[in-house]
Ligand binder design. Structure first.
Ligand SMILES: Cc1ncc(COP(=O)(O)O)c(C=O)c1O
Length: 436
């Protein structure tokens, strides 16, 4: 190892040096490490180049060790997180884009709907996913979660009822549970919906809105068939309601023609929500809302009243990433990895069925839903697994008011590798044998 690398290694790994510490004076460290002052200076320069230290003139060089992200979950088998494994995240490239964003001095406010340059990039990007829209219908939001919250403001204002599928994304339900919106539920079944029950509710109540995670559903993992999507839009036109389509994994449709409701909609019935969290980086907190034209001004007003605009630097960083034309390459890599993992999980399908576990493991997306036989106490199963450092989510979380006694768990393959998948799944099978 070269001497300056040895110095860097010591400063980063020795626990006596902590974040924010001023690094030792050059002369003292040179003596201690038995090298020239020039070598220490070089080591400090490299630390700065790697953004692991910064210099304050006439004061000294300070350490800024990298936070060990993910360290918390290192020894756990994480079937919960929907964010990608660290190896699939474009850290290094994005770091360069953020540096460029910083250099472009975008420290100002942005318009509430987002930077126009980014929205233009998004129009072209969405076209590759068969999603045709215009710059003025896009709002850049602080994650898909905020996009949902913005539409919720319209729902509250309209005083009309909202229909939600069951099971569905828990963190949206947890928000609406706290409001006075009239909520009606309908069952999502495989790649369709219980349309009979849905239509009865539509006939009997004043429904203005319907929420669905159309593709790679959270938690089921399945997607609505084209027929079901068309039928849903027919009903939207017939009964005059808007559809909130949460396409949180939309980028997995790159190069594919998996239809979205937005694509099929010709009557401007769809509020389309998508996210850059699951297929890119959750920490940049960027999502998108595409809204029918008549609602855009109102949504901008709500957006402004919540946070004025989504972090300008994050927006600029993402735009630089698009400008560098590496986004699609990254997505293809993610898609390949995800498909590989789902294929791997599918090896267990036969075993699951033999053990009486109902499951449908889709070929893409990140979730699988395992329904256990009645004699399995799923709450107990989840607790035992947790104690053994295997994290899964109990199915109840995905039901309205978590009321339903679900016999399911949701498995996410996003943040596990094949080795931990094997270990985790085999242990699940052993535990159910033990507790039934
Ligand atoms: C279905 C669904 N919608 C929306 C979100 C929120 O995504 P974001 O991180 O973009 O706010 C999530 C996050 O898990 C999700 O699963």
């Amino acid at each position: 190892m070269l001497k300056y690398e040895e110095i860097i290694d010591k400063l980063l790994s020795d626990p006596i040096y902590v974040d924010g510490d001023r690094l030792p004076p050059i002369r003292a460290l040179a003596e201690q490490m038995n090298c020239s002052r020039g070598t220490v200076i070089r080591a400090y320069e490299i630390l700065e180049e790697r953004h692991l230290a910064y210099t304050i003139p006439q004061s000294g060089t300070y350490l800024m060790k990298r936070q060990m992200t993910g360290a918390k979950s290192q020894n756990r088998i994480d079937f919960v997180s929907a964010g990608l494994e660290s190896r699939l995240r474009p850290h290094k490239h994005f770091e360069h884009c953020m540096i460029q964003a910083l250099q472009s001095e975008h420290y100002d406010y942005a318009p509430p709907e987002g930077l126009e340059s980014l929205r233009k990039c998004l129009v072209s990007h969405f076209e590759k996913r068969y999603l045709y829209t215009s710059v003025d219908r896009i709002l850049v939001t602080t994650g898909a979660q905020q996009a949902l919250y913005l539409v919720l403001q319209l729902i509250l204002e309209s005083k009309q009822g909202l229909m939600i599928e069951q099971p569905t994304y828990g963190d949206f339900q947890r928000i609406i549970e706290k409001t006075n919106v009239s909520v009606y539920t309908f069952n999502r079944e495989g790649n369709s919906i219980d349309f009979n029950a849905l239509e009865i509710t539509l006939k009997q109540n004043k429904i203005g809105w319907l929420y669905t995670v159309s593709n790679f559903q959270n938690p089921l993992g399945t997607s609505l068939s084209s027929k079901a999507k068309k039928k849903l839009l027919e009903l939207a036109n017939q009964y005059n309601f808007y559809v909130i389509e949460d396409d949180y994994l939309g980028d997995l449709n790159l190069d594919l023609k998996v239809e979205t409701l937005h694509y099929l909609d010709i009557e401007n019935r769809v509020f389309y929500v998508t996210s850059f969290s699951k297929t890119f980086l959750p920490g940049i907190r960027i999502g998108t809302l595409i809204a029918p034209e008549t609602y855009v001004e109102m949504l901008k007003f709500y957006k402004k009243s919540i946070d004025l605009n989504t972090c300008t630097l994050s927006q600029m960083g993402l735009q630089k990433y698009f400008d560098a034309e590496i986004y699609d390459k990254h997505i293809r890599k993610v898609k390949r990895a995800i498909r590989g993992k789902m294929k791997f999980l599918r090896r267990y399908q036969k075993l699951f069925i033999e053990k009486g576990i109902e499951c449908e493991i889709p070929d893409a997306g990140i979730f699988a839903w395992l329904v256990f036989p009645e004699n399995i106490d799923v709450l107990r199963l989840v607790k035992i697994l947790k104690a053994e450092r295997i994290d899964v989510i109990h199915g109840n979380f995905f039901y309205w008011h978590q009321r339903r006694e679900s016999h399911a768990i949701r498995i996410s393959i996003a943040n596990v590798n094949e080795a931990s998948m094997t270990q985790g799944i085999e242990r699940i099978i052993e535990v159910i044998e033990h507790i039934k």
